[in-house]
Design a protein around this ligand. Structure first.
Ligand SMILES: C[S@@+](CC[C@H](N)C(=O)[O-])C[C@H]1O[C@@H](n2cnc3c(N)ncnc32)[C@H](O)[C@@H]1O
Length: 198
């Protein structure tokens, strides 16, 4: 694993944040509370950051725009690489009850746990599959639609996999970060949602 200067900055900021929580919880004698908050932060933020991106949920308007742009058909196999709490897949399933395949790929066990709760509440438990997997190891040969909200460095790395491993015509919808060498079909610069086609 390579650690860049940008990564180091994140670690330093995170370490300062953690340090403040430790000091505060010890000062006020809330040791257990401090330890729980720290463990959750580590699981949610720092660990997934080094695998590809921290867990940071998309805003509602962004989720809607991403699903709009993908123009999902019933026969489509849809993947969200780094699915977080599964909000994008839940929105897609709400709009079209017959989508052939809805798969979330997520590495963060805490996010998976939350997504399973949301799937249960929304009633889509049997229609959306959440895989605990590294997105770089996911077989995307059958994908018709792929959603991503990661980091620029992760998109750069993922782009090589996408350009080699996708069938022609697969739509890739990315939030915030672009793919430098893929064919951009549509862009919403206000919400920073970009549609690419393989
Ligand atoms: C910015 S969040 C986006 C979550 C969700 N897609 C959304 O839009 O709300 C990125 C997610 O990718 C996950 N992630 C990061 N690296 C990953 C990897 N290598 N494999 C699978 N998931 C990963 C993180 O745990 C996090 O949940």
């Amino acid at each position: 694993m390579k650690i860049s200067l940008a990564d180091l900055k994140i670690v330093v900021i995170f370490a300062l944040f953690v340090y403040s929580i430790v000091i505060l919880s010890f000062y006020f004698n809330y040791y257990l509370f401090g330890m729980i908050i720290l463990s959750i932060l580590m699981l949610m933020f720092l660990v997934p950051y080094f695998y590809g991106a921290p867990w940071f949920p998309s805003e509602r308007a962004v989720v809607k725009k991403m699903v709009d742009m993908a123009k999902i058909r019933s026969s489509d196999a849809v993947y969200d690489l780094g699915s977080g709490d599964a909000r994008i897949l839940i929105e897609a399933a709400r709009r079209n009850k017959k989508i052939a395949k809805l798969i979330g790929v997520e590495i963060n066990p805490f996010a998976i746990m939350i997504s399973k709760i949301f799937l249960k509440i929304s009633g889509f438990e049997s229609r959306i599959e959440i895989r605990r997997q590294n997105l770089f190891k996911t077989d995307l040969k059958d994908a018709d639609v792929i959603f991503v909200f990661l980091l620029q460095k992760t998109n750069n790395r993922l782009e090589k996999k996408l350009r080699k491993g996708l069938k022609k015509g697969t739509r890739v919808v990315s939030h915030l970060w672009k793919f430098e060498n893929m064919k951009l079909v549509r862009a919403d610069e206000r919400l920073k949602v970009y549609l690419y086609r393989a």
